[in-house]
Design a protein around this ligand. Structure first.
Ligand code: AHM
Ligand code: MG
Length: 332
């Protein structure tokens, strides 16, 4: 018998792994991801490709689908009564739940459509999300950005949807990682993988090699040693993959291991990295750790970073546990 997302979540709730509010919230997020997946799938036929002609708070050009996906997630999640506020890569500040809807005690963060450079070229992209619990006193007052400033280890749940040859939903509630495949005929998320585990060792790395001249010395040394192959210090031949969609990269690592790196580099010396901590690095790090992998900002565990800004950036190195440990040694 096939198990749907609803059945899985109800079972988790029965086993005390999940509160009714988070269960409902996850159902709504998953439904929004279906809607985004359908817009992505229409492409030129839906008139959704190309740029919006606007910039987000980080100065990046917004694609039409970035904005459409953001709106879908906001509209889907604002009325249900589980949330106090939302935050997104595409919005300057937090989105408070309008007063005519009931206020809840959870916070939802998302990158509505990750992999922007791949939208118009029909390569896998995705939605990344993270759920936090607001501080207990939030119910009687205005929610603020400060309420979001929680380290990633406090996430209640995290996940991503991957819009590729198949549409997938990968989820963790803090007790392992599961994957659902969208049955496009039935419109249902069907459980297709349970207890996903990342192999501890790997021979595959993932980094944008065109930035090599900008890297910090330890990063360059690590990659040079990987490239040296069997006769080099690592004693094995490495393969390389770079999709330029973090969702696709993380998904490949969940399936067959690997290491993904987007380190700080000298192009923007004052920024700690490219990827955003709260709605990219944190949810992905929770998923990776829950599958037995590791995630660091080159030296420190990402999930322990105390955020100070909503759109804070961070260096990201994640994947197979032993390989991340090997990488860390280059910095010591
Ligand atoms: P985005 O949120 O604007 O799409 O940026 C994040 C993406 C990641 O998915 C991916 O790992 C990285 O940016 C690719 O960067 P680059 O184009 O520098 O290779
Ligand atoms: Mg992104």
């Amino acid at each position: 018998m096939q198990k749907t997302l609803t059945q899985y979540l109800v079972e988790q709730q029965r086993h005390q792994q999940l509160s009714p509010d988070v269960r409902l919230l996850l159902e709504v997020v998953a439904r929004a991801c279906k809607t985004i997946g359908s817009a992505v799938g229409k492409g030129a036929l839906g008139g959704v490709l190309g740029s919006q002609g606007t910039e987000n708070v980080q100065g990046e050009t917004q694609k039409k689908l970035d904005v459409i996906s953001n709106d879908i997630l906001l509209k889907a999640n604002e009325w249900g009564g589980q949330l106090a506020a939302m935050a997104s890569e595409e919005m300057d500040t937090i989105y408070k739940i309008p007063q005519h809807y009931p206020q809840g005690k959870y916070l939802l963060l998302f990158d509505p459509l990750d992999g922007s450079s791949n939208i118009d070229v029909n390569v896998s992209i995705g939605t990344i999300f993270s759920i936090l619990k607001a501080p207990d006193d939030v119910m009687g007052r205005e929610v603020t950005e400060a309420d979001f400033m929680q380290p990633g280890r406090q996430q209640v749940a995290a996940g991503y949807a991957l819009y590729g040859p198949q549409t997938l939903l990968v989820l963790t509630l803090g007790n392992g990682v599961v994957c659902f495949t969208l049955d496009r005929e039935l419109g249902s998320w069907i459980l297709t993988q349970e207890n996903i585990r990342i192999p501890a060792e790997t021979k595959e790395f993932s980094i944008n090699m065109s930035n090599m001249r900008h890297w910090d010395t330890p990063v360059r040394q690590y990659i040079e040693d990987c490239l040296a192959g069997e006769t080099g210090p690592r004693g094995k031949n490495f393969n390389m993959r770079w999709v330029a969609s973090m969702v696709a990269e993380v998904h490949r690592i969940l399936q067959r291991g690997g290491i993904f790196l987007y380190p700080w580099d000298k192009r923007e010396p004052n920024k700690p990295g490219k990827l955003r901590l709260m709605y990219e690095a944190n949810p992905m790090s929770m998923i990776i750790e829950q599958a037995g992998g590791a995630a660091v900002d080159t030296v420190n565990r990402i999930l322990d970073i105390q955020p100070s800004q909503l759109h804070q950036r961070v260096s990201v190195v994640l994947g197979s546990k032993d390989e991340v440990e090997t990488f860390k040694k280059y910095f010591s």
